[in-house]
Write a protein that binds this ligand. Sequence first.
Ligand code: UD1
Length: 352
Amino acid sequence: MKILSIVGARPQFVKLKPVSDALSAVDCEHIILHTGQHYDPNMSDLFFEGLGIPAPDLNLGIGSGSHGKQTAEMILGLESALVSSRPDWVIVYGDTNSTLAGAIAASKLNLRLAHIEAGLRSRNRSMPEELNRIATDHLSSVLFAPTNIARQNLEIEGLGERSELVGDVMADLLFSLEPMITPPPFALVDALNSGEPYIVATIHRASNTDSVDRLNQIMSNLVNLERPVFLVVHPRLRAALAANNVQLARSRLTLLDPVGYLDMLGLVRHSFAVITDSGGLQKDAFLLGVPCITLRSETEWPETFEGEMNVLSPLGENLVSLLTREVRRPDSKPFGDGMAAIKIVQSLISQI
Ligand code: UD1
């Protein structure tokens, strides 16, 4: 059996890891195709090397660009790679432009297409990721839903018959890495100079970074916090901060370059709270029992609201009171039992 995974952006490398491990345990050739959407070493190589994922068999090197240009160039490159390799299954992950390009290229070639992390819906169609999710789900032959709510979303759209509730592959990885999570690198502790509880923050959504007003409001709310804040900076945010000349002087906020996944889990697990617009980080915080504030007006992971573990604050308003809210770590396991990738591989094998 030949399976081809298409990835390109940072969160997809994290989702690929447990699937790659599960595939290596069965009799199967696994080809990894990287679109090149993320190309900085700390956005890509750091994840392959840090997580021990086999290097991609092919990197298309597409890089950044407008949505149309980036997606179109990916489709062209993917089409010829798929024609020459003719896999039994193509797997796409999550909701990036690499996901959509992979879904279009594979489905037009009538290849069997599996979507991992299917059925998520934010109901905000102005997000490029929401459009990517909807289109990819409708093009796929089998839909692997990470949660019950995601499975129900697929039912509502008439996709129930093609969908399977398997659990979340990111939770698989987090559970397997949990024993290896260490406190954050000591350089950070030096920066703090005390054991004071700190906050981890990330901002990378286009809706937050590309609007000067929104970015200024969010940054001003972070800068005014009296606690130490470590802002892990995506390249899109770094460019936006420089372009808008955002002032951080005299604040307790420290900018950090992107870190590997295990270091990020270390930062989160030992933090007081997470403030983010990332989908994956909302879930990581939930699974590690750390309260989260989400800088958006909706989320595609409503399971994280349980016990008020996650709350929405689109512009970082009321941060001080939200940071001191009571939370309750739920006993439920909405993201599965850590076996999602194994269930996915079994399902793919049974459908050849
Ligand atoms: C993409 C995904 C988003 C995901 C995020 C994770 C889409 C539509 N969005 O957003 O769902 O949460 O990845 O990071 O696919 N850049 C670099 N170096 C890199 C990559 C990007 O400098 O290695 C800069 C470029 O200026 C680029 C910008 O970041 O234009 C945005 O990159 P892009 O891949 O278009 O989207 P992300 O914001 O990373």
